[in-house]
Design a protein around this ligand. Structure first.
Ligand code: HEM
Length: 635
């Protein structure tokens, strides 16, 4: 192929030399020793010739040993080269193209290459000097140089990235905090904090009131937030005022009133889940052969079903149509894809700091994964448009927003600058599909595992639920809201395994700020976060942090746990950007746990012994199969 991608034919080519099939580098080396520099020898009219290689053939002369001498005119030909260095690139291409037939070379090529090598070497040396000086600066003179942490992490973010990509971030960070205390610098410009005399949640994420009144807001660090699929900022990614406007509108879909109105829909999916489990565990003939999420002995793999449940709830509330995993009794294709896609979030961080990695994109990114993302986005777009065009008063997210906006969806600011725009609705419904599903399903799975592996806790909860309710109908959102031991159990699950375990990174404001008694400068592009998992497992905050003890959350908690710092547990984040779906999530968790305990005796299957140790952390927790035997206890 020639430089323009055309096939080269041998009839266009100059005669072959005696020396054939030498590698390019070898040729350059030999040229340097055997060929004298020669000036262009011929001036042929090549203006009518279109094919660059034919031009070469017409104008080249052949030196001793069959070497081809290219006149300067060739290098200046259209499409070939305008400068000497670009010319080298073209010539190299030609050499490679013809290496099996004959040699093309020129002393100029050698000179140009040696020039290039010298310049590249110069740049490399400058780069090394820059890196050394930069390292000295970040370790000793950076505004974070007073924050505890190992020197090599002050110099490089590579260890952090390595642990993040390997899924070993949590134990690594835990070890750092154990060694350096409540605040640690773990990369040149990033700090993690897990406790403090004042509540660090308030200091970083809280409303700017009280002691924080004069302190600027800690805005989200864009390194951690990938752009939504349609490029339109949503609640998670929109900055300051834009976020405030969107949140004011969307809050109507998540208010107490909205949740009450959504309860019928929510309960219908909880009941469908329970009735599927009954049918399978009762081994009715239709299901006896096993299927997607259960086996032929009637045992059930809970994670798949919990995913099906949370995705059905969110897709129905968003688009008026569920994925249908519970109805079809098989996991919808996109559930797996969305969960896999979440793993890629950490690449956003890598490409933020190392943009050149983006260029490797096509090599490292699975193209079919991208195609699936595009298809998913199109699906969201179509379903949103269909839902918006449907006249209905069903109590879902879209109805709540449309009621508030009097049925309007504007393409731009127009007259109603406070409204949510169409693109923003699409972007946010796409966000709900991710934020509102895996998080809740993870908590359900982990909570079930803790029930199954803590018989005393399971027994206590079972007795309380069965003593409290006489039928499934009595288990309502209202009645479970103040169920103290059930709530204590859920809080402890969220303490032990917060579904978003590593920090939500925030930028220290220009004003600078004090966090955990340490002053952080507004200079130096500094980011900070609270690593929940580590804060929640630290003896700085809890007695017996590694023990699962729901009782620590009771009003009359045992004295031993009286000093536990419960305020440090914030699985839904804190302040103006906390989780919008928190009430919905609690309602789902309480209803499912209460109805599971009311309807079934549960037993861990031996396939899932030690399940917890196989959880993997990649932004969220990835769960292995959780097999259980359910025995229905009521009609
Ligand atoms: C156990 C379940 C859940 C947990 C632990 C959880 C946790 C979180 C956390 C930690 C954030 C803050 C993320 C950040 O600042 O980077 C967040 C934000 C958010 N979550 Fe949840 N979430 C859960 C369920 C839900 C549900 C059911 C929905 C419903 C759609 C939802 C919708 C959202 C939204 C829209 C935001 C962005 C809020 C904003 O920035 O204004 N979440 N969630």
């Amino acid at each position: 192929m020639d430089v323009a991608g055309r096939n080269l034919s041998k009839e266009n080519a100059p005669p072959p030399s005696n020396h054939q099939t030498a590698a390019t580098s070898e040729m350059v080396k030999m040229t340097a020793t055997t060929v004298q520099h020669q000036h262009p020898t011929n001036a042929v009219d090549i203006s009518s010739e279109q094919d660059p290689l034919k031009k070469v053939a017409k104008t080249a002369s052949y030196g001793e040993s069959g070497l081809v001498i290219l006149p300067d005119v060739v290098r200046r030909m259209d499409g070939l080269a305008c400068s000497r260095h670009a010319g080298v690139m073209v010539l190299i291409d030609m050499v490679e193209a013809h290496s099996s037939t004959y040699w093309i070379t020129d002393m100029d090529l050698f000179y140009s290459l040696s020039h290039t090598v010298v310049i590249a070497g110069g740049f490399a040396a400058l780069y090394i000097v820059y890196q050394v000086l930069n390292t000295v600066y970040t370790i000793f003179f950076h505004p974070l140089s007073h924050v505890p942490g190992p020197w090599y992490l002050a110099a490089s973010r590579i260890p952090y990235i390595r642990h993040s990509l390997n899924g070993t971030l949590l134990p690594w960070m835990q070890a750092l905090h154990e060694r350096y205390g409540e605040i640690v610098r773990y990369s040149p410009n990033e700090v993690s904090v897990i406790s403090g005399k004042e509540n660090p949640w308030q200091e970083i994420y809280g409303f700017r009131t009280g002691k924080q009144k004069g302190v600027g807001s800690f805005e989200k660090d864009p390194a951690w937030y990938p752009t939504p699929m349609n490029g339109v900022p949503n609640l998670l990614t929109a900055p300051g005022d834009n976020h405030g406007r969107q949140r004011r509108v969307l809050s109507h879909a998540f208010s107490d009133r909205a949740l009450r109105e959504q309860e019928g829909l929510l309960q219908s999916y909880v009941d469908l889940l329970i009735s599927r489990f009954r049918d399978i565990s009762d081994r009715i003939p239709e299901y006896a052969a096993g299927g997607d999420g259960w086996d032929s002995t009637g045992k059930i793999e809970l994670c798949k079903w919990y995913n099906g449940f949370t995705f059905d709830v969110i897709t129905d509330l968003s688009f008026g149509q569920p994925f249908g995993s519970l109805a079809d009794m098989k996991q919808h294709l996109w559930v797996g894809n969305i969960l896999e896609g979440l793993k890629a979030v950490k690449f956003a961080y890598v490409t933020h700091y190392f943009p050149f990695v983006r260029r490797l994109g096509s090599l490292i990114i699975n193209k079919s994964q991208i195609q699936k993302r595009i298809e998913l986005f199109k699906w969201i777009q179509v379903k949103t448009a269909t839902r918006v065009a449907t006249e209905t008063q069903r109590p879902d997210f879209v109805t709540a927003v449309m009621e508030h906006q009097k049925g309007r969806f504007e393409e731009d600011d127009g007259k109603h600058a406070e409204d949510l725009r169409k693109g923003e609705l699409v972007s946010n419904l796409g966000l709900f599909l991710v934020a509102g599903t895996e998080t809740t399903a993870t908590t359900l799975s982990i909570g079930s595992y803790f029930l199954l592996s803590n018989p005393a806790i399971m027994e206590k909860l079972k007795q309380e639920v069965r003593g409290r309710y006489k039928s499934n109908d009595e288990i309502t959102v209202d009645s479970v809201t103040n169920f103290e031991y059930l709530n204590a159990f859920i809080h402890e699950v969220l303490r032990y395994y917060p579904p978003v375990p590593a920090g939500f990174m925030r930028k220290v404001p220009k004003t600078g700020a004090d966090v955990a008694g340490v002053h952080l400068s507004g200079k130096g592009n500094v980011s900070i976060s609270i690593n929940q998992y580590i804060a929640n497992r630290s003896s700085l905050n809890f007695t017996d942090p590694e023990r699962f003890v729901p009782e620590r959350w009771l009003a009359s908690r045992p004295k031993r746990y009286a000093k536990d710092n419960l305020a440090v547990v914030q699985p839904f984040s804190f302040g103006p950007r906390n989780c919008l779906g928190k009430n919905l999530a609690y309602a789902e968790l309480r209803l499912v746990f209460a109805k599971m305990l009311f309807n079934f005796d549960m037993e861990l299957d031996e396939r899932s012994a030690g399940w917890e140790s196989r959880l993997q952390h990649h932004t969220l927790f990835y769960r292995p199969d959780l097999w259980v035997k359910l025995t229905a206890v009521t009609d």
